[in-house]
Design a binder for this molecule. Structure first.
Ligand code: ADP
Length: 508
């Protein structure tokens, strides 16, 4: 066990519920591994703490082994042992916590969506801090993510700093303010937080119900750095329409709150080396993309008679945020416009799942439409590679990664101008935007007419100007979506925070 960084870099520990590819549900998983890799490349010591889920991709972990250390952590009035595993995931050291708790918190066959998620993750947050403390680590930055590990911030300052774990500054990143983990006030006592001390309007009390506690609000109040995942979303959540009840809190803490646009892992998402693809390709040789389109059409039983017929892709969680009514509409509109449509989506919402299941069944033998309602990493790569266009009609979108992945694979994005989509997709027909930045099709009004405004234009461009389309593909595939710039911004925030803390310690 390393106790601190040996080089000049910072020692950063991420505590999170997801990490790609071992435990990925959505964008958080991608961000965690890509940001960590980028920081590691810059010379920092980066470690990650995750729950040891039974349903992880264990084949992605190298040298997984149990440590001698058994970490005892407090929950519901007593101490529980935690077995600590360590392994390497894509070159990053990762600790996995396996609680010996009768509720078998991470032995559920899924990551989230259990009735006792609040207990599961508040337990994990406390055990992660306990691990850092008992292993005598002295990190410079503890970086927690989303409501599942938001408890880390108040736990650190109220319980662990007084115990001597006080080397770190706390950074909290909210990847989506829709999920705040709000709960009855008494529940946070389980992990040892003091309800009376924290259930106050300027601390963890939920802004709309005084008898409830809001973990995300707690992390905003108690962290030294608060970030979210794009500059536009950072502005949106500071308004009453976009703030999901937290705008006032974010405005109170505005001086420590920033939006940093996510990047993507350009090694994992690289059409020139992607082992999930039948044919690798790059911006200068798009032959392979056409071959992948043919292969996917064949694989899914779609017609491949006309190679120029545009293929529209959509890969998403099917939740209201993603504009499900517009996704449904796009399926029919693509058909009307002479295109093909492939949706890869999974929904945790039963009514949405049923609705899309009906559409999937209706089109199950259709030559131009295919809906695949599951989570499938390998298939997602093939769809990005095969698609000519890619739709993201989100109602709100903190950052969105699929538009960047799509572009890297030469699929032109058609998106609603919101959040991170507004920071990464610029309309090809918008004269107010410098030509070199224009890379897709955008719309504002979240209704069918608004969507058609962008979708129909994309089809027109595709059908009427095949050379222009090729140039556009070439251009979007060459955009730098790597983490280099964004990781430097995180690095800068970490360094500023660490040096402020040092200055405060040295002050007379
Ligand atoms: P969110 O985090 O809101 O789900 P993002 O755009 O930030 O959305 O990240 C989505 C990530 O999850 C992308 O890597 C995308 O390819 C992947 N993804 C979403 N749905 C599926 C699915 N059904 N199968 C495989 N990958 C999926």
């Amino acid at each position: 066990l390393k106790s601190s960084s040996s080089g000049p870099g910072l020692h950063v520990i991420h505590i999170a519920a997801e990490m790609a590819p071992v435990a990925k549900v959505g964008g958080l998983g991608d961000v965690l591994s890509a940001l960590s890799k980028a920081l590691q490349k810059k010379g920092h010591l980066v470690e990650i703490i995750l729950p040891k889920y039974d349903c992880m991709q264990y084949e992605c972990i190298q040298d997984l082994r149990v440590l001698d250390l058994v970490v005892e952590s407090y929950f519901d009035g007593r101490l529980y042992n935690n077995k600590i595993w360590v392994g390497t995931v894509e070159g990053l050291p990762v600790y996995f916590i396996e609680p010996h708790h009768p509720a078998k918190f991470f032995w559920r066959g899924k990551t989230y969506g259990e009735p006792d998620d609040l207990k599961r993750f508040s337990f994990f947050s406390r055990a992660a801090l306990e691990l850092i403390h008992q292993a005598s680590k002295k990190p410079d930055i503890i970086h927690c993510h989303d409501w599942q590990t938001a408890f880390v911030a108040p736990l650190y300052w109220d319980l662990y700093a007084p115990k001597g774990l006080n080397s770190a500054r706390i950074c909290f990143t909210c990847h989506n303010f829709e999920y705040q983990g709000t709960t009855t006030a008494s529940e946070i006592a389980s992990c040892g937080l003091d309800v009376h001390h924290l259930n106050r309007p300027d601390r963890m009390q939920d802004n709309s119900s005084p008898d409830r506690i809001n973990p995300v609000k707690g992390a905003i109040v108690f962290s030294n750095i608060v970030t979210t995942v794009s500059p536009t979303y950072a502005q949106e959540v500071r308004t009453s329409q976009g703030g999901q009840g937290l705008h006032a809190t974010l405005n109170d803490h505005a001086q420590k709150f920033v939006g940093i646009l996510n990047g993507i892992d350009t090694d994992a998402w690289n059409p020139a080396t992607d082992s999930h693809l039948r044919f690798q390709y790059n911006a200068d040789d798009l032959e392979g993309k056409a071959e992948n389109k043919k292969a996917l059409r064949r694989h899914l039983g779609l017609s491949f008679a006309d190679s120029r017929r545009p293929l529209v892709g959509c890969i998403t969680r099917l939740v209201p945020q993603k504009g499900v009514h517009l996704i449904r509409h796009a399926i029919y509109r693509a058909l009307e416009l002479g295109g093909q449509f492939v949706l890869l989506g999974s929904s945790p919402v039963p009514s949405i799942h049923r609705e899309f299941e009906e559409i999937a069944n209706k089109f199950q033998n259709h030559e131009h439409i295919r809906l695949i309602l599951k989570y499938d990493e390998a298939l997602s790569h093939s769809i990005y590679a095969a698609s000519d266009m890619f739709i993201i009609p989100s109602i709100f979108e903190p950052c969105g990664l699929t538009q960047m992945i799509a572009m890297r694979y030469g699929a032109i994005p058609i998106v609603r101008k919101t959040g991170g989509l507004n920071d990464s997709v610029f309309d090809v027909d918008d004269d107010t935007i410098p030509v070199q930045l224009r890379n897709g099709f955008t719309f504002i009004t979240p209704d069918e007419q608004g969507f058609n405004g962008a979708f129909d234009r994309a089809f027109n461009h595709y059908n009427s100007d095949s050379e222009g389309w090729q140039e556009l593909m070439h251009k979007v595939m060459n955009i730098d979506f790597s983490w280099d710039t964004s990781a430097s911004q995180y690095e800068e925030l970490y360094l500023q925070s660490v040096s402020r803390a040092k200055a405060a310690r040295c002050a007379p």
